[in-house]
Design a protein around this ligand. Structure first.
Ligand SMILES: Cc1cc2nc3c(=O)[nH]c(=O)nc-3n(C[C@H](O)[C@H](O)[C@H](O)COP(=O)(O)O)c2cc1C
Length: 327
């Protein structure tokens, strides 16, 4: 278990917020696959206060995914506080502020990782938001604008003083984007200086990596992003390893069960036509590395109905199982 302020998380795993990916159906999928805490994609404070329909939809939630952390981005303290209130009133369990996005448009507006080089603004934002909401407040940071990590240490100290309840650290610099490696030493350094929980993030690809991050950094929880797209069961695998139990296998029945669930939840949420269009690429996530994956990718390219999708998935699964039997 892990505690963030008053919220208890059933295990020490967190799904990383990912724009364009971590919508409600995706979060339900990883939750079922054992994730302790799910997070929305980043939501614009301006979009919320101007009541943009699309922005408000990003807060859609259902009880079975709880606890839910909703991530906010912006840089104007008053606007951030008003947006935070909207998020709290929507029923979110935790509010997270984005200090890591390095996309040019976001940085230009002073938000995301730009906040790491403007500590006064960061402090003003955190103070305004903390005063406004009662739910736990967290932030997600990068290394900063150079590789020393000094800005990460400064921002995390400010955050703790402002009453932030936990910090996630993705130790890459602003200019690194997702290139190179994340510097896990920085996670350990921040953990040593803070008394609030520190969640380590960056380059975890399997349960062994997660265990190594816990052991080498002393972090309180781990956050997983890209690899969860290919293997949502990684959360159960990590949780099992931490309990000293055998890891559940990401085997064929599990892959195809999770795939169908994701398809059906997406159809229920955004409708069959839209969901099928999106699934043309997303179903391919689940067959990466399997034999005949290229053929499957080709077959789902023009997917337009649930019936067709289930037919293609089942045919692929049957072929795959026959192949295993023939071996
Ligand atoms: C497609 C994509 C979208 C992302 N969107 C967000 C986001 O909305 N908010 C955020 O804080 N980080 C975002 N990130 C960063 C991830 O949360 C995470 O920090 C990063 O992928 C490193 O973790 P990983 O190595 O486990 O993938 C995104 C990353 C990717 C690849």
């Amino acid at each position: 278990m892990m505690k963030i302020g008053s919220v208890t998380i059933p295990n020490k795993t967190v799904m990383a917020p990912m724009a364009g990916i971590t919508n409600l159906p995706f979060r339900l999928m990883v939750k079922e696959a054992g994730c302790g805490l799910v997070c929305s994609e980043m939501i614009s404070a301006n979009g919320l206060i101007y009541e943009s329909k699309k922005t408000i939809q990003l807060m859609d939630s259902v009880p079975s995914e709880k606890p839910l952390s909703v991530q906010l981005f912006g840089s104007v303290p008053e606007i951030m506080a008003r947006a935070a209130e909207i998020i709290e009133n929507s029923g979110a369990d935790i509010l997270d502020i984005n200090f890591g996005c390095s996309v040019r448009k976001i940085v230009k507006s002073g938000s995301g990782v730009a906040l790491m080089r403007t500590p006064e603004t960061a402090e003003a934002v955190l103070t305004a938001v903390r005063k406004t909401i009662r739910i736990p407040l967290t932030i997600k940071i990068r290394t900063g604008w150079d590789s020393t990590g000094d800005q990460a240490l400064e921002i995390s100290r400010i955050a703790e003083n402002c009453g932030v309840d936990a910090i996630s650290v993705h130790p890459r610099t602003a200019s690194q984007g997702f290139k190179g490696y994340s510097d896990w030493n920085l996670i350990g350094k921040i953990k040593n200086r803070l008394s609030i929980p520190v969640i380590g993030n960056g380059d975890i690809t399997c349960a062994d990596d997660a265990v190594r991050m816990f052991e080498t950094t002393g972090c309180d929880g781990i956050m997983i992003g890209r690899v969860a797209i290919q293997n949502p069961l990684i959360f159960s695998q990590v949780a099992a390893r931490l309990k000293g139990e055998p890891e559940p296998a990401y085997d064929i029945p599990n892959r195809f069960r999770i795939m169908k669930r994701y398809l059906d939840d997406s159809i229920a949420y955004i409708g069959e036509t839209h969901a099928c269009r999106i699934m043309r690429s997303r179903l391919c996530w689940f067959v990466k590395g399997l034999p005949d994956a290229a053929k499957f990718r080709e077959s789902v390219k023009r997917l337009s109905s649930r019936q067709e999708a289930i037919g293609l998935i089942e045919r692929y699964q049957e072929n795959f199982e026959e192949r295993l039997l023939l071996k």
